[in-house]
Design a binder for this molecule. Structure first.
Ligand code: ASN
Ligand code: ZN
Length: 322
């Protein structure tokens, strides 16, 4: 496989050089023709052993198992989004194979990226339905992989909340891109469709109104703040990584809706270039990230451009102004 990868890279390289030597671009030697996903979905059949049995490989038709087919499709949409929006070839930028496991554990109510692959539980069927259902959940988990290969944000405190926020931001953007929704039409919810119908709630989180996604006696209330005034100091949840992520999430929402249009184009580009750029450090805090996004906007659009002003206002709006 390593040899094949090397051969492919060599091919891409020589194609690029060929284009450069010509005076006119030739689409037939587009170096991006190589952008194809390599998906394999596995079935853990209620056990917690990974990866489980391979049940659908790239190019195979539907299996009829809803979870398997949803995972396969959403892995593909997430791959296509990163190619279309940012010319990123898979999670590592180098065509990493996309591996997932469905039906993990019994009534397991979560999904996660374990550093190498995606894992989904079926949920308990009452509070949580299958985690393969919402596209933005697959997007969220795969973006943990993108972060791992780039900024590698430490999963604790503010850097951990930024890590979580990256996954929510690009998870939401994958969904908006798939549904062709502009920023003002998007629901800005994370995990819409995941909660059972008896639950008093609409999703896991809201980037538009953090803290309002659910309020149910069995789940408690959505604990997310949307402003530094309400920052939660806690040792639970790795220092509140899924809680305080509401703050940078809301800053992104403010920016995207202020700019209008497709959120993945300008706001998403500023966040993406920042995430994969050299300003990122594993222990970066909210202020450091805010400054880095402003620097990215200055580079992309200019210091006094409306876009750059909008980034400054967005951070002001959550209490993280300079
Ligand atoms: N679904 C969670 C996440 O990706 C899983 C976890 O926290 N381990 O953030
Ligand atoms: Zn996460």
């Amino acid at each position: 496989a390593a040899l094949r990868d090397m051969a492919r890279r060599t091919l891409v390289l020589s194609a690029t050089q060929r284009v450069e030597r010509r005076t006119t671009a030739v689409t037939a030697s587009d170096p991006h023709e190589d952008f194809v996903p390599h998906r394999t979905v596995h079935d853990a059949a209620g056990r917690e052993t990974l990866p489980g049995k391979a049940v659908r490989a790239e190019g195979d038709g539907s299996t009829g198992d809803k979870a398997v087919d949803e995972s396969y499709d959403w892995l593909g949409v997430t791959f296509d989004f990163f190619e279309a929006a940012y010319r990123r070839n898979s999670i590592d930028g180098a065509g990493l194979k996309l591996v997932s496991t469905v039906h993990y554990g019994e009534r397991y109510a979560n999904a996660f990226w374990n550093g190498r692959q995606m894992v989904y539980g079926d949920g308990d069927g009452t509070l949580f339905l299958s985690f393969t259902g919402p596209l933005d959940i697959t997007g969220h988990e795969l973006v943990h992989g993108v972060t791992q290969y780039t900024a590698d944000l430490e999963y604790f405190g503010q850097s951990g909340a930024l890590n979580e926020s990256m996954s929510d931001v690009f998870g939401s953007l994958v969904k908006q891109w798939h549904l062709k929704q502009t920023a003002d039409r998007a629901d800005w919810l994370i995990g819409q469709g995941l909660l059972g119908e008896s639950v008093d709630g609409v999703a896991l989180r809201s980037m538009k109104e953090p803290g309002t996604a659910y309020d149910d006696p069995r789940l408690g209330k959505d604990p997310q703040p949307g402003h530094m005034n309400d920052y939660v100091d806690t040792y639970r949840d790795n220092g509140g990584v899924h809680i305080n992520s509401g703050i940078p999430n809301h800053a992104f929402y403010l920016l995207a809706t202020a700019l209008g249009g497709n959120a993945w184009e300008k706001a998403g580009r500023i966040w993406y270039d920042t995430l994969v750029g050299d300003a990122m450090r594993p222990t970066l805090d909210f202020k450091g990230f805010a400054a880095a996004t402003i620097a990215t906007a200055e580079r992309l659009y200019g210091g006094s451009a409306a876009e750059t002003e909008a980034v400054r206002s967005a951070w002001n709006g959550v209490g993280l102004g300079a």
